[in-house]
Design a protein around this ligand. Structure first.
Ligand code: AMP
Length: 280
């Protein structure tokens, strides 16, 4: 496995591979790797001649300094996991390498950034788009793999790729969960044992919502979800039932063909997100 810390060396290495006709799959991550990340990696490995993974905790997508500071970092274990999976190339740059000067690119997400994560984490998606655009320009992958766990992020990156005409195929990958249904996340590392147990309510609730979708009125379902989390002393930041493509909140099931339910909850001090596709 090749490890690169500079753009220049990585670009030179990949140019040779591309000139030899190899296809490149790319998996961007912030490290603290778990099976969710590795599932993207395995899919990339199946579909490409060479796989590049990046590990970079992107400061510009954190809207709180303490969140950035406490974000788990396990670079040595990550490299071992990637090596074990047969990863070809890892890009692990410093902040200075990625941001020699502040990024001033302007993005227009067409309103996709105004709801849910965008509403509660101002500037988050600008930071995500900015780092993913930079990484795409460095790696120039044929395909890039993203988890459906961060569904809103996937739509935003899709819009950015279209707007900037970036020649990459985005491959969405299913959410990988713990045995108790909790969506795998690097942030789960910050949960205590009992909090992990508590957090299983998130997926349990989403599954209940999926069963009720189309039957119980949306406002009643939303009230039910709010009550459930209140009863268990968990702070629900949002629970939204939205259009799968525009992310506009729905108030009725009538005429709604593509629908997803998205949630953000604090378990203790840890903010977790999840979603479930209701109709598509
Ligand atoms: P992160 O390191 O959190 O930025 O995530 C890197 C990539 O892994 C993103 O495309 C995430 O959507 C994806 N990912 C994170 N957790 C999961 C999961 N539980 N299942 C599938 N993909 C995931």
């Amino acid at each position: 496995m090749e490890l690169f810390k500079t753009k220049k060396e990585l670009k030179e290495y990949l140019k040779e591979k591309k000139d030899a006709g190899m296809t490149i799959g790319f998996v961007p991550t912030m490290g603290a790797l778990h099976d969710g990340h590795l599932s993207l990696f395995r899919e990339a490995k199946d579909e490409n001649d060479l796989v590049v993974a990046s590990i970079f905790v992107n400061p510009t997508q954190f809207n709180s300094k303490s969140d950035l500071e406490k974000y788990p970092r396990t670079p040595e274990a990550d490299l071992k996991k990637l090596e074990g999976e047969g990863c070809d190339v890892v890009f692990h740059p410093s902040n200075e390498e990625m941001y020699p000067e502040p990024d001033t690119t302007e993005f227009d997400f067409g309103g996709l950034d105004e709801v849910m994560e965008g509403k509660y984490r101002p500037g988050h998606f600008k930071g995500v788009a900015s780092v993913v655009k930079k990484l795409f320009e460095i790696v120039e992958p044929h395909r890039a793999y993203f988890g459906l766990k961060d569904y809103q992020q996937l739509l935003i990156i899709h819009k950015m790729v279209k707007d900037f005409n970036i020649p990459v195929e985005l491959v969405p990958c299913p959410i990988v969960r713990e045995k108790n249904g909790l969506a795998m996340s690097s942030r789960n590392e910050l949960l205590s044992k009992s909090e992990r147990k508590q957090a299983s309510l998130i997926y349990k609730t989403l599954k209940f919502v999926k069963v009720q979708a189309g039957f119980q009125p949306i406002h009643e379902l939303k009230n039910h979800v709010e009550r459930e989390f209140k009863r268990k002393n968990m702070k629900l930041e949002y629970f939204e039932i939205v259009d799968l493509f525009t992310l506009e909140p729905l108030t009725t099931w009538l005429g709604s063909k593509n629908v997803i339910a998205c949630i953000a909850v604090y378990v203790g001090n840890v903010r977790l997100i999840d979603n479930i596709i209701l109709f598509s």
